[in-house]
Ligand binder design. Sequence first.
Ligand code: KIV
Length: 249
Amino acid sequence: MKDFRQMKQRGEKITALTAYDYPTARLLDETGIDIILVGDSLGMVVLGYQDTTPVTLEEMLHHTRAAARGTKQALLVADMPIHTYDTPEQAIATAKKFVDAGAQAVKLEGGASHMAQIKAITQEGIRFMAHIGMLPQSVREEGGYRIKGRTQSEEEALLADARAVEKAGAFSVVLEIVLADVAKQITNAISIPTIGIGSGEHCDGQILVTHDLIGLFPWFTPKFVSPEARVAEEIRRAARAFIERTRGK
Ligand code: KIV
């Protein structure tokens, strides 16, 4: 595994993108991306659910196996879906299933509240990526995808979460939709790398949902994403060309 802490110390930015299948994982891997995440965002962008909460363990394992077949050099991280890590024992059992499916690390959503689960996973020798800030698995309770760190108490809670996950043995921490200044403070306060999504430029690395980056889910694009391609348009164009060719028009 690349030494992500050393990358942070050297000021080398860490790059991470999602993949849920063999060809995408292989294409990203061939570009030299540092981390490939089999994110439970697949619930929305691949399975057509409204949010990540209906995603099952079986679905995640199925996609992890596919992505693992296409990943050679990047670190393959898999998301543990909601209610598969409610206790430390359950967290270990779930993490082991992902390792058996080909993941080299796992991620779950939560900071100080999940210290016991994170410690249990890292003490088993399984690499762990934390995820704090906006937690998509809690979107229904939260009532939407809102920026975190706007109030003093949110800022303090985020710093405490970041310190807690570092202490529990995480090798990195995703900061999702955290106020840029707060993300900067967290990045300076801990020695493990922060990987931001919608959290400004001061994080040690950046992660995006690949479908957002390449314009493959045109029905919704988060405000903080600047797509680099319009793949959905290409698919539509190719399908129309095929239809016209076949119908002889
Ligand atoms: O599920 C996912 O893709 C994620 C990233 C957005 C960080 O958790």
